[in-house]
Write a protein that binds this ligand. Structure first.
Ligand code: IPM
Ligand code: MG
Length: 356
C-alpha cells in the first residue's frame, strides 16, 4: 500500500533544505519506493496565510500520514507575535498532537569532517552518540505557565517542570531498546541534586533497569553532562533525558560533529508514526541564499525510511550517498575547509541524487 509522507517545509531555510530532501525522495520513487507526498504550511509561513502556525488542514495531513518530513520553523519576522501563535507553537503542537514523545538525535562524526569540529580530532573521531530526548512533556508543556503581575506591579514569569512516572518509563524503555542495538550503555541525565521531579526521574530509571540489567546504566547531572560532552564525548553511547535538557545537550553534541547542519532527528509515537527533521533551526540569517546545508534533512529522510517506512535498504543507500559526496570533497559553507569544493544547497542535493 502506498505510504503517505506529509511534507512541511516551514520557515527560513526549511523551504530550501526540504526541497533537496524531496528531490532525494523523488529519486527513490523512481527506483520503486511506494510513497505519496503532500505538502502543507507550518510555522510562520502558515501564520501568514491562515493566522495559525498549525492550521487544522496541516494537522490533519500530518495525523493521516505515515511519516512527516519537517524543515524548520521560526524567524525574526514573527518574534514579536504573541507566544500562543509563534511559529514554534506549530512545531510543539505537532509533537504534542501526534504524541511524538521519543526524540532520537544521533550525533555521528563523519570521518571526512573531523577537521570541521572545533574540538581536536582525537577527541571526536569515531564519535557516535544517540541522544534520546523526551519530547512531549516537561517544562515545555507543564502547567501552570505564564506571566502575571504581582500586587506591587512587578511581573512574575513561571513555567512548570512536571513528569509523570509513566512518561519517564516509556522514554527510558526507548533508550534501553536503542542501547541494546548499539553499545549497550545508557546515561540518564538529570538534575536530581536540586529538582525533585528529576530525582523521581532517576528513581524510575533505576527501577526500569532491574528488567534491563544487560544494559550498563549511569546517571549524570546535566551540568556535568554538558562538560563531559565537550571533554570526553566518546564515553557516551545512549543518553536519555528530559525535554529541555535534551534540547540543550543535543545542540552541544551537534557541534562536536563539526556542524549542526549534519544532524537528522526522528520523533516517534507509540504507533511508530514519526516526524523527521534536521535538529537545526530555520536560520533566518541565511535563508533564501541557497547556502544552507541540506544534509541533515536528507539524512532525516534516511531515518524516516528506517523507522517509519520499513525501507532500511533505501535508508542505507541515502547514508552511503551522503558519505560519497563528502568523500568527493563537496562541502556547503558550514562544513567547508581549505582544499574542499564549496557547493550550494541545491548543488549538494543534486550531488546526493547523483550518488544514489
Ligand atoms: C529543537 C528546537 C525546538 C525546541 C524549538 C524550535 C521550539 O530548538 O527542535 O531543538 O526547542 O524543541
Ligand atoms: Mg533545539
Amino acid at each position: 500500500m502506498t505510504k503517505k509522507i506529509a511534507v512541511l517545509p516551514g520557515d527560513g531555510i526549511g523551504q530550501e533544505i526540504v526541497a533537496e530532501a524531496v528531490k532525494v525522495i523523488k529519486k527513490l520513487q523512481a527506483d520503486g519506493l511506494d510513497v505519496e507526498m503532500n505538502e502543507a504550511p507550518v510555522g510562520g509561513t502558515a501564520y501568514d496565510i491562515s493566522g495559525s502556525p498549525l492550521p487544522d488542514e496541516t494537522l490533519k495531513l500530518a495525523k493521516e500520514a505515515d511519516a512527516v518530513l519537517l524543515g524548520a520553523v521560526g524567524g525574526y519576522k514573527w518574534e514579536s507575535l504573541d507566544i500562543s501563535v509563534r511559529p514554534e507553537k506549530g512545531l510543539l503542537g505537532l509533537r504534542k498532537e501526534l504524541g511524538l514523545f521519543a526524540n532520537l538525535r544521533p550525533a555521528i562524526l563523519y570521518p571526512q569532517l573531523a577537521d570541521a569540529s572545533t574540538l581536536k580530532p582525537e577527541i571526536v573521531s569515531g564519535l557516535d552518540i544517540m541522544i534520546v530526548r523526551e519530547l512531549t512533556g516537561g517544562i515545555y508543556f507543564g502547567q501552570p505557565r505564564g506571566v502575571k503581575t504581582l500586587d506591587n506591579g512587578e511581573r512574575e514569569g513561571y513555567n512548570t517542570l512536571v513528569y509523570r512516572e509513566s512518561e519517564v518509563k516509556r522514554i527510558t524503555e526507548v533508550a534501553f531498546d536503542i542501547a541494546r542495538k548499539r553499545g549497550k550503555k545508557v546515561c540518564s541525565v538529570d538534575k536530581a541534586n536540586v529538582l525533585e521531579v528529576t530525582e523521581m526521574w532517576r528513581d524510575v530509571v533505576n527501577e526500569m533497569h532491574k528488567d534491563n540489567s544487560d544494559i550498563e546504566l549511569s546517571h549524570m547531572y546535566v551540568d556535568n553532562a554538558a562538560m563531559q560532552l565537550v571533554k570526553e564525548p566518546k564515553q557516551f553511547d545512549v543518553m536519555v533525558t528530559t525535554n529541555m535538557f535534551g534540547d540543550i545537550l543535543s545542540d552541544c553534541a551537534a557541534m562536536l560533529t563539526g556542524s549542526i547542519g549534519m544532524l537528522p532527528s526522528a520523533s516517534l509515537n507509540e504507533k511508530g508514526q514519526g516526524m523527521y527533521e534536521p535538529i537545526h533551526g530555520s536560520a533566518p540569517d541565511i535563508a533564501g541564499q541557497n547556502i544552507a546545508n541540506p544534509l541533515a534533512t536528507i539524512l532525516s529522510v534516511a531515518m524516516m525510511l528506517r523507522y517509519s517506512l520499513d525501507e532500511a535498504a533505501m535508508a542505507d543507500r541515502i547514508e552511503k550517498a551522503v558519505d560519497k559526496v563528502l568523500d568527493d570533497g563537496l562541502r556547503t559553507a558550514d562544513i567547508y575547509s581549505d582544499g574542499m569544493k564549496k557547493v550550494s544547497t541545491s548543488e549538494m542535493g543534486d550531488a546526493v541524487v547523483t550518488a544514489l
